[in-house]
Design a binder for this molecule. Structure first.
Ligand code: FAD
Length: 440
């Protein structure tokens, strides 16, 4: 295709080829008049990371995009009992609580668990490699309503585009470019995670088939099968984040650690948990970091954020993957509302601004609600550890019996939310025109 013909298309630069960035690219590429380029800091896209879950919300969105390869049992695991989470007592192994789906009838919409590398690979299969530029770490960005966006990379290269989508995760360079004083804070929780072959669990009697969270007085333990015959365990330790001598305060994300830490931490737990720690071959540290709600998600009328870059919620409620997918889809719906597949002229700067605002109005209040819950829970946990008074067994059982109450997150309908935002925005415009007419 001739270069000048391509440049008349809308140019969208996506920074970050993770879960949000790849989903956004797949959604936007449904329109031939949008030219998408991805810029990724890594020099290769390998299968690293541990486990990730997708709830009905993210799974429904991937299905809308026709990504059956990313939601099938070929790549993910769904528990036979159709219970997204079962809570058990740390010592007795009794079931003390459950999270249930509210409104999930389709098998493929049931909560699914993956090795993050397998989900990433399944998305990647739907994105042409030639649009992904590796070894491109974004270090600066500018956005101007009239002139578009300018991206600068560590290797000295500079590119321009009409719209910049920051999908560059927790430590987003795009967010730093527009909100330089944003800070991540350690919550005091450091996860110890491992993924290994499911066959290693054959030696453990009575291992639950469904994903299980054992709750204990000062920490929890999660175990689940994942897709492609893999199995995950997640343990960890809480501490007071404000204590300068807190254990694990200075660990790095994905840092190798001694499996002895896991075995020592859970040595007095029930035999299933203890058995799981004994067969775990190795672990890695994942310190839990989160950040405050951003005041705006729209920068210079031309740039916005999706996924962890937009809301650093510390992976709470295992919802980060689905939120990223739904952000990406809401971004696409918003852009489509001002620039559909039949458009032959690029949208005006005010149309682009309107699309980004629609996206923000659809997603930021949802993320803000989650961030409030996360920060309140982190504070309560930190206060508990600072005071040295742990939850009693009765309190723990009562908390587990209530469950997580997060179906507002896991079963959120992003399309409905977008349509409602659009309806309110049109109503507001009509109301203000009525007021203008009334004054004439
Ligand atoms: C390698 C990796 C492994 C992970 N493993 C797990 C896991 O096991 N379990 C889990 O729950 N979550 C994991 N996560 C995080 C999880 O993917 C996200 O929390 C969630 O899916 C939201 O996705 P996201 O696209 O917003 O961010 P991410 O999936 O983190 O993707 C962000 C992408 O942006 C790239 N990037 C970052 N900064 C820049 C920059 N300045 N310039 C260019 N590119 C940049 C990153 O390399 C990454 O590819 C992992 C993330 C990564 C990057």
């Amino acid at each position: 295709m001739a270069a000048e013909q391509k440049s008349s298309f809308l140019q969208v630069a996506i920074v970050g080829a993770g879960i949000a960035g790849l989903t956004a690219a797949i959604a936007l590429r449904q329109q031939a008049n949008i030219h998408v380029t991805l810029y990724e800091q890594a020099n290769e896209l390998t299968e690293i990371g541990a486990s990730i879950a997708l709830g009905p919300n993210g799974l429904r969105t991937l299905e809308r995009l026709g990504l059956n390869n990313a939601i099938s049992d070929e790549v993910s695991f769904r528990g036979p009992a159709n219970i997204p989470m079962i809570y058990r007592h740390w010592k007795t192994n009794e079931i003390i609580g459950k999270d249930l789906h509210d409104n999930v009838t389709e098998y493929l919409h049931r909560t699914a668990r993956y090795h993050r590398g397998h989900l990433h690979q399944a998305l990647l299969e739907n994105v042409p490699r030639e649009i992904i530029h590796l070894d491109k770490k974004l270090i600066a960005a500018k956005a101007d309503p009239q002139d578009g966006v300018v991206l600068q990379f560590l290797d000295g290269s500079v590119v321009t585009a009409d719209i910049l989508l920051g999908a560059d995760g927790l430590r987003s360079g795009v967010r730093t470019a527009f909100v330089p004083d944003f800070q991540l804070k350690w919550s005091g929780w450091t996860a110890f995670r491992a993924v290994f072959d499911t066959s290693l669990t054959d030696s453990i009697p009575d291992l639950p088939e469904d994903s299980t969270h054992w709750w204990g007085p000062d920490t929890n333990f999660f175990a689940s099968r994942l897709g492609k015959n893999t199995y995950t365990v997640v343990g960890g330790a809480h501490a007071n984040p404000d204590d300068p001598n807190a254990p694990f305060k200075d660990t790095r994300w994905d840092q190798e650690a001694s499996v002895k830490l896991l075995r020592d931490k859970y040595k007095d737990w029930n035999p299933i948990v203890k058995g799981l720690t004994e067969i775990t071959p190795d672990i890695r540290f994942y310190p839990n970091l989160s950040g405050e709600n951003l005041n705006t998600w729209v920068f210079g009328g031309r740039a916005t954020l999706v996924g962890d870059a937009a809301h650093a919620h510390g992976g709470a409620f295992a919802t980060g993957g689905s939120l990223a997918i739904d952000d990406a889809y809401a971004f696409y719906l918003s852009l489509r509302s001002v620039y559909d597949a039949t458009a032959t002229q690029k949208p005006s700067s005010s149309d682009i601004h309107q699309a980004l605002k629609l996206y923000e109005l659809t997603r930021r209040p949802h993320a803000e609600r989650l961030l409030k819950i996360v920060h309140a829970a982190n504070k309560a946990k930190a206060d508990t550890f600072a005071s040295g008074t742990l939850e009693s067994d009765e309190e723990l059982r009562a908390r587990a019996a209530k469950g997580s109450n997060t179906n507002w997150l896991h079963e959120h309908d992003v399309v409905k939310a977008f349509e409602e935002t659009l309806r309110c925005a049109s109503q507001a415009t009509a109301d203000s025109s009525d007021r203008v007419l009334a004054k004439l």
